[in-house]
Write a protein that binds this ligand. Sequence first.
Ligand SMILES: CC(C)(COP(=O)(O)OP(=O)(O)OC[C@H]1O[C@@H](n2cnc3c(N)ncnc32)[C@H](O)[C@@H]1OP(=O)(O)O)[C@@H](O)C(=O)NCCC(=O)NCCS
Length: 446
Amino acid sequence: MPTPISPEAYVRWFRDSSPYIHAHRGKTFVVSFGGEAVADSGFPNTIHDFAMLNSLGVRLVLVHGIRPQVDARLKSRGVEAHYHQGLRITDNTALECVKEAAGTVRVEIEALLSQGLANSPMAGARIRVASGNFVTAKPVGVRDGVDFQHTGEVRRIDVDGIRGELDRGDIVLLSAIGYSPTGEVFNLSAEQVATSAAIALKADKLLLLTEQDCLSGFDGQLIRQLTTGEAEVLLKNDNSLADSEVAPHLKAAVEACCHGVRRAHLLDRHIDGAVLLELFTRDGVGTLVSKTAFETMRPATVQDVSGVLDLIAPLEQNGVLVPRSRERLETDIEDFIVIERDGLIIGCAALHVFKEERMGELACLALHNDYRGEKRGERLLEHLEAKARVLHIERLFVLTTQTAHWFRERGFEPARTTDLPEARRASYNSHRASKVLIKPLKPSLA
Ligand SMILES: CC(C)(COP(=O)(O)OP(=O)(O)OC[C@H]1O[C@@H](n2cnc3c(N)ncnc32)[C@H](O)[C@@H]1OP(=O)(O)O)[C@@H](O)C(=O)NCCC(=O)NCCS
């Protein structure tokens, strides 16, 4: 029996989800899952989660695999399945099985998405599912002397066709099947279809539901985040990862991110609600892959002092920030985080801790003029909030002359100087008359 959720916890959960709901609305997500997920008794729950994403305004493209369903059909005909280098060799019999399996699975998914019984999670959902000849394929051909016959590769994705359906609010469902201009049918890999679709559609996210967690063989821990560069190094050096079932998914994630998809997520499909947990909670449950090497957020070091001084000098001159000497910055540099882009410090922020009062001061938040308005300020704030939680800080405060509204829109409330820690009160500059704002922090979920 699941533990009943208290009304307070329910309300808190719902409120905490709302920033994610806003963030995901109107975004395009491509989700791929294997035939194993479809055959699982928990699959209706996964489908309900997709339906919910659709109702929250996410533009959703689903890509399903059929491997176990095809194998089962071949077996019932007494025919052995043939693979070369992990790729099915699709002869005429296998192609028949592929068509049957794809048709059956598609209909099953469409049926689940059409549910609307009053007492079900899909009540009133009224979802339209669009599927069709959106994928053009070409034959894999002969490799290493092996003729792959009806096994194909993606040649083109009908971006306009899919976008048209998404614009109407439909869910697009793609099978791992493609058609050639000569009228032939090709068996494709679901990952390849999903990756190609995500790239062609310039999707915001590619979500790959996997049979396994993305674990590092080095310490057996779930890998939470990887840049594409880090993923490539791991695939090369970590044998147990490179040999695991998750490797093709990780390669697909890297490929997508290297070709313009903002984020790829690898999620263990056995976790009930994995997609919702990944998308609507701060910590998520999967492995996030992104191409962030170009721009990184990291703790500052003494080598960054000049870069930070260059960044904040104009803001000090026009009175937005309090002037800081090089010496003071060198002393405080460990409190800073910076955003470095292609060798340039384009953002910074500091967290000064007042341990006794369990308070933290968010200070010197600044973004280079050319890089404002793209949520970097928010990311710096979120990062320091997370750090503050780890340090058991209960309230974050900020002193500001011109940016009070930016902070108020992010959960800070007006406060008085008497609310500040004693040491900070003593150094408060009454000529500057900065406004004091305080944000209570929720404890870390971790
Ligand atoms: C405040 C600052 C850090 C925000 O960085 P950012 O990366 O642009 O932040 P975000 O992208 O998350 O937010 C942008 C939004 O904040 C708004 N904003 C920017 N400065 C603002 C201010 N002073 N007051 C209210 N809103 C402000 C923008 O108009 C934009 O709103 P919109 O998306 O509705 O158009 C950046 O503008 C900056 O460096 N300002 C100068 C330094 C400063 O004031 N620091 C605070 C010292 S206490």
